[in-house]
Design a protein around this ligand. Structure first.
Ligand SMILES: C[S@@+](CC[C@H](N)C(=O)[O-])C[C@H]1O[C@@H](n2cnc3c(N)ncnc32)[C@H](O)[C@@H]1O
Length: 306
């Protein structure tokens, strides 16, 4: 197995996906191909469409899955756009997996600029196109910066940090990890700890890559190409992402979604499917011990009805 990325909650994912012979599966966040490998090792006659928006990650997945190539097709795209793939549209999916966020490989590569390690040029783009983190910090106005630091970074001093960024960039752009950490240090009046830095850097990454937008569009798009009985499994690492997943699954599992003031039901009147994880699943302690990155994982699954 590739050491690229330990597949998080792989056992739980396989159990819920309950892969069937000849099935077509979407791995919307292929990364190092760990989960794709687990699906294909469980079911030799299955096919996986392995999608990643990061072309480098997809290249790694190609290498790591070379022995299973007959069962995989690689697609370089955001998962919310990959569902328009003709094979998916024609056949429909027997199951889909999203293992959100970034891989350890991306975080560990200084040249990708995701990390708060010292002297790293801020970039954070999963795809090598569009505005990077330095451009975001240069262009977003104070309100937008505040929203990102507060909502995505859960930063209590979000407004103060946004003001500090705006003040600093008037004389010199924030282009490296040190520049953002220095702005945090002024706001906090001390050096930020690793967890504080991680939260703010993650917040900027979520904004730069429009990660919540991709999820909000991707979830219903994937739902609509699931066959009857097809299962969607989502592993999230951020409470906001998990909330989007939880709310979507809850909404789709309701029989009636009419506003409460309506006297009679005029909507679809039946659930689109059922949530398979009544309570969110968390990784077992043994897994977290072996792979600390799994610590914040939250897994939810949903099955499409007729
Ligand atoms: C946590 S890793 C996945 C690891 C993978 N499950 C494995 O076992 O190796 C997340 C991957 O998803 C990709 N990614 C994140 N958001 C994406 C999106 N909206 N569309 C496509 N790929 C995405 C990232 O580039 C990264 O490679």
């Amino acid at each position: 197995m590739s050491d690229y990325h330990e597949p998080v909650m792989g056992r739980e994912m396989l159990e819920l996906l309950s892969v069937t012979d000849g099935g077509l599966y979407l791995d919307g966040t292929a990364g190092g191909g760990g989960h794709t490998r687990m699906i294909l090792e469980k079911c030799e006659t299955c096919r996986v469409i392995a999608v990643d928006r990061d072309p480098d990650a997809l290249e790694e997945a190609r290498g790591a899955l070379a022995d299973l190539r007959a069962g995989v097709r690689f697609v370089s795209a955001r998962f919310d756009r990959a569902v328009s793939d003709p094979e998916i549209q024609d056949r429909g999916l027997d199951g889909a997996l999203l293992d959100l966020g970034v891989s350890s490989r991306q975080l560990d590569a200084d040249e990708r600029g995701f990390t708060f390690r010292r002297g790293v040029k801020l970039d954070m783009r999963m795809e090598a196109k569009g505005p990077d983190a330095a451009a975001f910090l240069a262009q977003a106005d104070e309100d937008e910066l505040t929203r990102v630091f507060r909502e995505f970074g859960e930063e209590p001093r979000a407004r103060r940090l946004a003001r500090e960024v705006v003040k600093r960039r008037a004389t010199e752009p924030l282009s490296s990890s040190d520049d953002l950490v220095a702005a945090m240090a002024v706001t906090l009046r001390r050096s930020p700890g690793a967890k504080e830095k991680a939260r703010i850097f993650q917040a900027v990454r979520i904004a730069v890559n429009e990660e919540l937008e991709s999820l909000e569009v991707g979830l219903p798009a994937i739902r609509d190409v699931l066959k009857v009985g097809g299962v969607m499994v989502v592993i999230a690492y951020h409470s906001l992402e998990d909330r989007v997943v939880k709310n979507a699954f809850r909404e789709w599992s309701k029989a009636c979604v009419c506003p409460p003031e309506l006297p009679v039901c005029t909507c679809r009147g039946e659930p689109l499917g059922e949530t398979l994880t009544r309570k969110v699943l968390r990784p077992l302690a043994e897994e977290v011990e072996k792979n600390p990155r799994a610590r914040s994982a939250r897994l939810r699954a949903w099955r499409r009805a007729a």
